[in-house]
Ligand binder design. Sequence first.
Ligand code: CUA
Length: 382
Amino acid sequence: MHLRTAAARRFAGALPSLCVLALALAGCSPERYPQTALLPLSDFARIGDHVQDQTFYWALGVFVLVEGALLYSVFRFRGRPDDPEPSQIHGNTTIEIIWTLIPALILAAIAVPTVKGIFDTNQTPPDAMKIEVIGHQWWWEFHYPDADVTTANEMYIPAGRTVELLINSADVVHSFWPPRFAGKRDVFPGRETRLWWKADSTGLFSGQCAEYCGIQHARMAFHVRSVSPADFDGWIAHMQTLGPKPPAAPAAAPAGDSLKTASAGGNVRDPQAAPAASQKDAAAAAPQGPEYAQGEKLFMTKGCMGCHSLQAVKVPKGLIGPNLATVGSRSHIAGGWLENTDENLERWIREPQTVKKGVLMPNLGVTEEESRALRAYLRAHK
Ligand code: CUA
């Protein structure tokens, strides 16, 4: 076929690239991305998703109409060498009123679900379980005030129950972002912000600091481990055996919650697959070999305990690192981004400044053998 114009020939030339681009975009399926906000798993996240959906279809309509009219005009009214001077037009009041009114009406239509969404997300439902979230450079601390237990980088929540997060920073500005459950929330020193949601699925889901907070901002991640209410109560009871307080009477599981039986199962590979609740007192029950004893000694003498508590407590005065009460069973280490395998844990102990340059933990001159012993000791803390 003979292509008449240069533009048509250029389009034909670009066709293979456009096909490749279309194929590449097909790879952007949200299932492949653990931190997609397009697959909401909570009531809160669905409010935002609803607004985004509506806005998207309005935008799609505007795009198709405007680009369609543009392309039509480009080809229909293109100039030819012997064309006379076209008639000159200066303004058209009717058209100007129409193209001002239509966008105003579309914006008004988008404003209705947006404003409703703002009010709906601003209102914490009653009877929410409180969790204090504290941002540190570069890790997250989660404190459960009712049970008085604290963990780091892996937040346990009961699926089917509303949680309310009271968010603070210990140092600079961060942003707490659990994309499958809620939008981003800025984190300030000296000012509390709040966020809530009710998860409808169980599993392990990743989240991320979403505000630049220093050189290792990208490695200030965390995970949300959403478990059944019974497993959650089991976890709390287990944590209380590791904390400063003696265990309290177990809380009653909430009745009548609409917890989905088909679990989403999480979208993050979990190297420590079983939840801590089912490994209750694993550390005490497991036979501890000579590596454990050597590790325990090294933990006391190498300087680890100068920064880290082994109890499920908030960062106590004077200490600066996350507590390691359950480090052996956490899915990730080093601020919630490095898989908690034996190899990674040993390397993290040996050379934190290589693994996560600029982090407060210094290289302490730990040998390979010592790192194996420390790993054995910490792995037993579940
Ligand atoms: Cu904390 Cu970025």
